[in-house]
Design a protein around this ligand. Sequence first.
Ligand code: XMP
Length: 511
Amino acid sequence: MVDKILVLDFGGQYNQLIARRVREQSVYAEIKPYNKITADGIKAEGYKGVIFTGGPNSVYDESSPHYDPKILEIGVPILGICYGDQLMAYMAGGKVDSAENSSEYGKTSLTVEQCPLFEGVPADSVCWMSHTDFISEPPKGFRTVARTEKCPCAAMCDEERRLYGVQFHPEVTHTVYGKDMLKNFLFGVCGCAADWRMESFVEQSVEKYRKALAGKKVLLALSGGVDSSVAAALMHRAVGDNLTCVFVDHGLLRKDEGDFVEKTFREKFGMNLVRVNARERFLTKLRGVTEPEKKRKIIGEEFIRVFEEEAKKIGKINVLVQGTIYPDVIESGKGDSAVIKSHHNVGGLPDVVDFDEIVEPLRDLFKDEVREAGTRLGIPKELVWRQPFPGPGLAVRVIGEITEEKLAITREADAIFREEVAAAGAEGMTNQYFAVLTGLRSVGVMGDARTYGYTVALRAVTTDDFMTAEWTRLPFEVLERASSRITNEVQGVSRVVYDITSKPPATVEWE
Ligand code: XMP
C-alpha cells in the first residue's frame, strides 16, 4: 500500500490542482467531497495527512460546508488552505472576520516565521491570495507564523497536534515557495514516503490483472484516444491474447488516423484488434441531419449498435475494460449542471454488452499520469501526446449536413493546419487546434475567374482543463502559411478565417 493524502474538498476551484501537486511529489492523493467521509472514516482509511481545500463560502454562513471538529483530535496532520484554513480556525475556537478593506487578490508580499511548514523558506517572499474573510485571532494552541500587509494571520500552526493553516494558495505557481511548503507538509510533517511512481503503478497493475483475470475473456472499445489506448496497452500486457479490442471506425476521423491506430495496435503491439469499417452506416444515418445535438445523438447510438454487434460475434465476455480516468470519477460525483453538448465517448457501453465485471485500470490517474504510464508501456509519442479529439469526430467540425465531399475538404484542411503548426514548432503553444468547415460559401477570384467556395475556420485554444479556454495567439506566419496552402491545395475552399473567441462564450468545438 502506498502512503496517501486526502484532499477534502470544500468546493474550491483548485481541488484537482492540489491533488496533482501532491502527486508530483510522488505521494498518492485522493479527492473526496467533505460530506462523503467522516473523521472516523479518515482514520480507518489510514490517510497520512489531510488537506482542506479552499471554497467560495464564509464560515459564518449557515449553509457553508462545515466539518466534524473531531477531525482535529484524530492525530492525522491537517493543512487547511484558504477557506480550509478559516474553517480550521473556526472549528478550534479562533476568530474569523470579514472587512472590505482586508480582501486581497493576486500576488502579495508574505513574511514567514520559522515552523516545520516553512523549513527552508526565506522570511520574505511572494504568495497568491484570493480572500475577503481572514483569521483575526488564531485558536488556542496555535501561533501565527506568517503575515501580509492586510492579513494579520496569513498562516498558523499547532506543531504539537500537527495542524497547519495558510490563507494563501501554495498550490498555485505564483506562490514562489508553495512547492517547498507542500513538500514540508508531506514529508516533514506527515512523514510520507515518496512511493507513488508510474513505473511501479504499471508493474503492479499488470501483475494484479494478470492474476485476477487469468483465463478470462476481456473486451475493450478502442477509440484511438489517449485513455483507451493506454488502457488497451496495459491490459494487453496483463492478459495478452485474451484481450480483444474493437475499434469502430465511423469514417469521421482525421486524415490517416484510422490506419495509424490499426497499425500501432495490430502491428506494433500484436493485439487482437477488430477494426469495424462502419463509414457507410454512419453517413447513411447522418444524411440530411443538420442539428448539432441530433448529429451527436445519432453517432452515439449508432456507435453502441455497432459495438454491440461486434461483441456478440465474440461470444461470452467476462470483463469489459473502460478507460475512465480520475477527473471523470471526480466529475461524476458532482451535482447536475446544464447539458451544453451531449458528449459521446465509449462510456455508454455497459448497458449493451453482456459481461460479468467492469475493470477501469486508469480510474486513479490524472491525464498527465496516464500519459506517463502510456510512455512506459511503449505507446508512440504521437498517440500519447495526441490532442483531444471529440468522440463524434469531424461530424461536429463540418457545420450543417455531412457529406463525403465536405469531410474530405475538412480532413485536408485540418492536416495542412497541423503540418504548419508542427513545422513552426508551435505545438507547445496550444492545447487543441483544428480546422472547421463552416457552412458558409463566399465569392473569390482565382486566375481571372470568379469562384464560390467554402470558408474554412481555423481554431486553436490554450487551456488547462477545457472548461474554459483562450484562443491561442499563434504566430501570424503560421496562420498565413496555413491559409495560403489551404486555399491553394484544397479544392473548393476560397477563404480561411481564424476563430478568436474564448470559451465562454464560445465552446471549443463549433457544434
Ligand atoms: P467543448 O466544445 O464542449 O469541448 O468546449 C471541450 C473539449 O471536449 C471535447 N469534446 C468531446 N470529447 N466526446 C469527447 O470525448 C465528445 O462528444 C466531445 N465533444 C467535445 C472537445 O474536443 C474539447 O477538447
